[in-house]
Write a protein that binds this ligand. Structure first.
Ligand code: SF4
Length: 78
């Protein structure tokens, strides 16, 4: 079993937006880190996306752009 599929990251953006990052789908393209570098980064060891901040208020538009740009549809907003 691919151990990446065991990880599922959820991050709250204030009280209004929750980012869900499915590392089982993430292929490390890095589009998210290009679109919203203050929120997403690529982990040096795993090569997969990670969330950089717990308080990215005011960056909802950048998060939405990253969601739309992710080729694997690994980022969702709840
Ligand atoms: S754009 Fe999607 S697949 Fe690429 S690193 Fe970001 S979350 Fe992973």
């Amino acid at each position: 079993m691919d151990v990446r599929k065991q990880f599922h990251v959820t991050e709250n953006l204030g009280d209004e937006m929750r980012i869900e990052l499915d590392l089982g789908k993430c292929a490390g393209h890095g589009v998210c880190a290009l679109e919203a570098p203050e929120i997403f980064d690529i982990d040096d060891e795993s090569g997969l996306a990670v969330l950089r901040t717990e308080r990215p208020e005011g960056r909802e538009a950048a998060v939405n752009t990253a969601v739309r740009g992710c080729p694997e549809r690994a980022i969702t907003i709840a």
